[in-house]
Design a protein around this ligand. Structure first.
Ligand SMILES: [Zn+2]
Length: 208
């Protein structure tokens, strides 16, 4: 589940429950509330994890799908190992599919895609739908952590369904922050006016 229409956000923060919550079964509501109550994982990345993250970031600038796929798989494997869950297969594809609702950044199949269900599978797209640019490394990392978050809902938290609760998005942010702390102003390279314009356009079309 990762079609991300512009301006979609979660409004649970502050206590109000989303409308669809009331249409869930009592059992699903319990799953939803449990998901919403957990905001992080018991994960402290070590040097190996940081270096695998750096390899993925560099791989994205290469633009080579297999290199990116291998790097994404290695990082996901490392996180799964640290959290003591079975690894999940990652597949990286080219241009994001899109429709009027938005672009598909990634998708998670708990039992693999039909018609031949099997092992869990994460598919990530590495190029934007309109301009076919390689996705910005941090955005790609966030998508990977989003889909991995869905996997961990089942494999680690043992939830029967994986909902987009505020807790879910906090766990996603926790993973991204843990692996790749936000760059500080001092570390940011000075940019020309032209590159600022193009990167803000890219940000508005691909950032969630
Ligand atoms: Zn999702």
């Amino acid at each position: 589940m990762a079609v991300r229409p512009k301006g979609s956000g979660n409004t649970v923060n502050g206590g109000a429950l989303p409308g669809y919550f009331y249409r869930l079964s009592a059992r699903a509501q319990r799953v939803w509330l449990k998901s919403d109550s957990i905001d992080r994982f018991d994960l402290i990345p070590g040097p190996a994890t940081f270096s695998l993250t750096a390899v993925l970031m560099t791989a994205l600038s290469s633009g080579a799908p297999l290199v990116i796929e291998r790097a994404a798989q290695a990082l996901a494997d490392q996180i799964c190992r640290q959290l003591a869950v079975r690894a999940v297969k990652i597949e990286v594809r080219g241009v994001r599919p899109h429709n009027t609702r938005g672009e598909l950044h990634g998708i998670f199949y708990p039992r693999g895609p039909s018609p031949r269900p099997g092992a869990p599978l994460i598919i990530l797209w590495m190029r934007t739908a309109q301009r076919h640019d390689v996705v910005k490394p941090r955005t790609f990392l966030r998508t990977l952590m989003h889909e991995l978050g869905h996997y961990l809902d089942y494999a680690l938290l043992r939830l029967e369904e994986s909902f987009h609760t505020t807790g879910f998005f906090r766990r996603e942010s926790f993973l991204v922050r843990s692996l790749c702390p936000p760059e500080t102003t001092a570390q940011r390279a000075p940019r020309t006016a032209a590159s600022r314009i193009s990167s803000s356009r890219e940000a508005s079309s691909e950032e969630e």
